[in-house]
Design a protein. Structure first.
Lengths: 104, 104
DNA sequence: TTGACAGGCAACCATTTGGTTGCCTATTAT
DNA sequence: ATAATAGGCAACCAAATGGTTGCCTGTCAA
């Protein structure tokens, strides 16, 4: 879980996921196109995404295809974000209540 | 948005949010209890959470109360995670299809 | 009014991170 | 066979990160 949060913390990596979301199964060079970064930098990001299990790769000849795995993102949503959904309103109204009694 | 992802990337900070979720409106010292970290380290984490707007503070005398603001977390869920929900099944079946034709 | 308590500020430190360059290997196309 | 293409590996670098210690300020209670 920590790996996933860490992987998602970087904007370049999130944009790589976006690119794969737009078009799945891209090669490394395809993913590099138009990016202000060397191929090696992109490789490093992709390794981090792989280790977080957010991207799965598949070697085809001399090409390496990258596939998005949305499961960990879904799990973050289910296991983590949903926990804070409940009680959102109560938390806010509690805060409001506290702020309003500030000058007592 | 980047601030929020960055803030959530650290396990200590996520556990601080958990603590506030369990009991809202805690003081700094309260939040330090039982943590293997100095008060100053916790302060730094709380500053990052404040800057990401995940925590709101309110000074009461010599105490500083910390309140959880779940809105940014909710936004991550709505604006980011949901984007990858759609197409989850299609992405997986696409991957499966590709993997299966590997030995053609 | 004076000591204890809650918290803030700043300097410093080691490690991690995000990036680079240079070179090497494997596969494909001519 | 050979050149071009796709990617991998390793060393190196600057800046950011997560933590520490030491000391200072403001508020409350005896």
């Amino acid at each position: 879980m920590d790996d996933v949060f860490k992987a998602l913390a970087d904007a370049s990596r999130r944009s790589l996921l976006d690119r794969l979301h737009a078009k799945n199964g891209q090669t490394l060079n395809e993913l590099c196109e138009g990016l202000a970064m060397t191929r090696q930098a992109v490789t490093k990001h992709l390794v981090i995404l792989e280790e977080a299990n957010l991207v799965t790769t598949y070697r085809h000849g001399r090409e390496k295809l990258h596939y998005l795995n949305p499961v960990p993102i879904h799990q973050i949503g289910e296991r983590w974000i949903k926990k804070f959904e409940r009680g959102k309103l109560t938390a806010l109204s509690e805060l409001k209540r506290q702020l309003e009694k500030r000058d007592e």
